[in-house]
Design a protein. Structure first.
Length: 87
């Protein structure tokens, strides 16, 4: 795929590539300078906060599938309240 840089240094991202990479208006791209002696520029799509959160959702379940963190937090709060009452 080839594109042309405009006089304002703008580049059009090919539609197939933008669909594949999930690039939409407002997406941020990180441009990395080429290494010494190279003419290849690397472009990375910076995921939005929402996309990063979506990718992380449930990521830790593989390490503790039986754990219910919400129930543990509620139990901890109940214990803290009971300790406060006993003091």
């Amino acid at each position: 795929m080839q594109t042309t840089v405009t006089t304002k240094n703008m580049v059009t991202i090919p539609a197939a590539l933008s669909r594949k990479m999930g690039i939409t208006p407002g997406c941020r791209l990180e441009w990395q300078e080429p290494q010494e002696g190279s003419d290849e520029v690397t472009v990375r799509v910076i995921p939005t906060r929402g996309e990063r959160a979506r990718r992380l959702m449930g990521a830790a379940r593989q390490w503790s599938p039986e754990r219910d963190a919400v129930a543990e937090l509620i139990a901890e709060r109940v214990r803290e309240e009971e300790e406060q009452i006993l003091r």
